[in-house]
Design a protein around this ligand. Structure first.
Ligand SMILES: C[S@@+](CC[C@H](N)C(=O)[O-])C[C@H]1O[C@@H](n2cnc3c(N)ncnc32)[C@H](O)[C@@H]1O
Length: 357
């Protein structure tokens, strides 16, 4: 897609519903005030790339939102085609420019090359800014964490508490400079917990997730924690986002932590990736691959919940046994959910090690 003669991409997470070769027009200066013209362009399926003072852009967005409510069910897609240009970590089309570290990753792109232009729907940019502005207090860390849009924030203090106990229990069995992996790092809450709790061992903590939004969140949080002296500098390494162990290559670890997605249900939206595991395929593949990545004396700290029933929990334990693991200790806590149908769920965190042959 060309904007003002330059090639720009639309991140996959914002491209749903866009027709191939839909007309793209840039609106700036006095053209920005021609709300009706811009709206008509959007309503006929076009993309409007807008640039100008933030107040003018906001006024236009309010106008488009209001007009598009008359055109249901297309209202969502119309406002989503009102876009701003970004390059590297900056939305240049907005005056004053908006700077968000790791912006393309927060937009779901794992490897957009430097200097590549990309487009963000203005409403999604606002959603991301709102998400990043929220500080999630985590008692066990005595600090707060932020989470990008579509990334699961650390809402449950109980869950973090269980992981805290399980990770702290590893200090006596782990070697100095222990290699630790936080699989599915999300906001990075467990990455940071491990960095804090295992600090005396000078561990090397690697974090990865299938969502670039999650690796970006973890990176931002880890940078702040290091800057504030809450964790040792350079103790956390973020890998490029990818599926399960793909980003780690052949590496093996002394401790692997995984708070796995535990709702056995299809993934309907991007935010569902955090919690939903259709037919338990992700946890099954994770446990199948774990023997190749866990040191002989290594430990696994695995979190799951009975949100989809006890059968789902039992299947995880069966799969772990098949992978040659045994449970050393089980911790669990009953927590309230935000769902109507299932008000309570039990969270499990297991410490596991290899069975001795
Ligand atoms: C329950 S959340 C846990 C997030 C974070 N560790 C925490 O405890 O708050 C599960 C995480 O696994 C990630 N995930 C889901 N499928 C994955 C896959 N195939 N490979 C890597 N990570 C995955 C999700 O993006 C999500 O961040």
């Amino acid at each position: 897609m060309r904007v003002d003669g330059e090639e720009a991409v639309i991140p996959g997470k914002y491209a749903g519903g866009l027709e191939d070769n839909c007309p793209v027009k840039a609106f700036a200066g006095r053209d920005l005030a021609r709300h009706d013209r811009i709206f008509n362009h959007l309503a006929s399926g076009g993309i409007a790339v807008i640039s100008g003072p933030v107040t003018a852009l906001n006024e236009l967005a309010v106008y488009v939102q209001r007009r598009s409510t008359d055109l249901k069910p297309r209202s969502e897609s119309i406002i989503g085609r009102l876009m701003v240009l970004a390059k590297n970590d900056i939305c240049e089309g907005i005056e004053p420019p908006v700077h968000i570290p790791h912006l393309s990753k927060f937009c779901g792109e794992a490897s957009l090359t430097r200097d590549k232009m990309f487009l963000i729907p203005l409403v999604k940019l606002r959603k991301l800014q709102d998400a990043l502005a929220q500080k999630w207090q985590v008692e066990t860390l005595s600090s707060w964490i932020m989470a990008g849009d579509d990334v699961i924030p650390p809402k449950s203090q109980e869950t973090v508490g269980l992981f805290r106990e399980a990770i702290a229990a590893q200090t006596s069995s782990l070697p100095n400079n222990a290699q630790v992996l936080d699989m599915g790092c999300g906001s990075g809450v467990l990455t940071l917990l491990a960095a804090v709790l295992l600090d005396s061992l000078k561990p090397r903590i690697t974090a990865t997730d299938v969502m670039p939004e999650a690796t970006a969140s973890t990176r931002l949080n880890a940078t702040r924690f290091a800057d504030e002296g809450l964790i040792a500098p350079d103790s956390v390494e973020l890998l490029k986002a990818g599926d399960l162990f793909a980003p780690v290559g052949n590496a093996s670890f002394d401790l692997i932590i995984f708070n796995a997605p535990w709702v056995v249900a299809p993934v309907g939206s991007r935010a569902d990736i955090s919690l939903n595991d259709p037919k338990q395929k992700t946890i099954a593949r994770f446990l199948e691959e774990i023997p190749r990545h866990l040191e002989r004396e290594g430990r696994l700290v695995l979190g799951y919940a009975d949100n989809s029933g006890q059968k789902a929990v039992a299947r995880v334990l069966e799969l772990a046994e098949k992978a040659g693991l045994r449970v050393i200790k089980e911790r669990s806590v009953r927590v309230q959910t935000h769902r109507k149908k299932r008000k309570w769920q039990r969270i499990y965190v297991w410490e596991m090690e290899r069975k001795i042959a």
